[in-house]
Write a protein that binds this ligand. Sequence first.
Ligand code: PLP
Length: 412
Amino acid sequence: MKPESLMMSHGYKPELSQGAVKCPIFLTSTFVFSSAEEGKDFFELAYGHRQSKPNEELGLIYSRINNPNLEILEDRLTLWDAAAGSAVFESGMSAISTVLLEFLKPGSLLLYSAPVYGGTHHFIHHVLTKFGIDAIEFGVNDQQDEIIQKIEASGKAKDLALIYIETPANPTNDLFSILDMVKLGKKYSEENGHKVFVAVDNTYLGPLWQKPLQLGADITVYSATKYLGGHSDLIAGAVMGTSEVIPRVKTLRTFLGNMISPHTAWMLLRSLETLQIRMERQQVNAIEVARFLEMHPKVEKVYFLGEGGQVSAASQKIYQEQCLGPGAMISFDINGNEQTAFAFLNRLKLFKLAVSLGSTESLAEHPATMTHVDIPLADKLKMNITEKLIRLSIGVENLQDLISDLNQAFEA
Ligand SMILES: Cc1ncc(COP(=O)(O)O)c(C=O)c1O
C-alpha cells in the first residue's frame, strides 16, 4: 500500500491499547519488565551486547531509549522515504547535530554546500571546530571538478568523512545535485579506504517531492517542525537512513538524550495523516501564486522551481533529475529596496509575518534582515539575498484570498 494509506495505522496495534483506534500518548518514563530475565535480555540487545534474533524487536525499557509513540512515528516516517530506518529528535537541529557528531571525529574533514540553514552553519563553525573538525564549503556555481580541487587544496582529502548538502537552497531555491554528491562520496570512499557518507537536508521539498535515499544518499535529515509537523505548533527533527546509519544515530541519541517527547511524537503522528493532502494543496496554491507574481509589474524576479519561476539553467537540469514537484516555497525580488519590501510585508493580512515554513498558514519574511541576517553582506549578495528579496511559504488557504492579500499589499 501507499504511504498515505498507512499513515493512520502503520506500526500501531490496537489490541495493545484497550482497542483504542488511535494510539494513546504514553506519558511514562519507564516500563515494567515481566521478569528480571526479560530486563537482562532487553538491555543486552539495547546496548549491542548481542545480535537480535530473527524477527526480534527491542522491548520497551526507558523513554530515553524507546517509547511506543517514538517507535510508531519512526515506523511511519520510513514509509515516505522508503528508508531502512529512522530516528526522531526534539528538533531539526538536534537531528542535524547528532548526525554531524556521529559521522565526524577529531581530524575529519566535512564538505558542505552553502548556504545551509543558519543553525547548521553555526554548529559547523562554532561547535565542530572545538573538536578539531575542519569544514570546506562549495556553492551552487561550483562544478564537480572545482569541488574536487577544493577538497584536494585543503590538504585533508584523506580525512573527508561526510558530505552534507541542503537542497533546494533556502531562500533562493537553487539546487545541488544529489547524484553528483553520491558519485563524489563513492570516489573518496574508494580512495580513502573508509566510507564517506552523504547526508541531505530534505526539509524544503521532502518527503513528497524529493527522495535523496532513492538517489543513493546515505542519510536524509528533516526539520520536522516544517512540512512533517505542518501546523506551526511543534519543534521536532528526523533522520532517515540505511541500516548502517540508523543504529549509530540512535545510539548517540540515547547518550545525548535528545530524543523526541511522547507528546510531540503523538502530535506528529496526527500531522502525518494529512501530510500528503496538505503538501499537495500547498503546492497547487504555490504554482498559482508564482504565476501571479511573475506577471505582477512590481515584481522583478521570482525564485520558484516550477512554471513562473526563474531559477538557473543548472538548477533546471538538476530539477529534472531529482525533484518530483516544485514545492511551496517562493521567493521574489520586489521592485524597490528594504523600505519597499518592509512596506509590503507590513501590509499583508492573511500572510503572517513570521519565519519558519511548511505550515498550513502562509508566512512571509525578509531573509536579508531575518533568517539570513548572519551571513556576511558580500556572501549574501553572491547568493541573491538582497534587500529586495521576500520569502513566502504557501499554505492551504483559499487561493484567491492569498492572491488578493498579495495584491492589496503591492498596492500599498
Ligand atoms: C532547512 C532547515 N534545516 C534545519 C532547520 C532546523 O530545524 P529546527 O528549527 O526544527 O531545529 C531549519 C529551521 O528553520 C531549516 O529551515
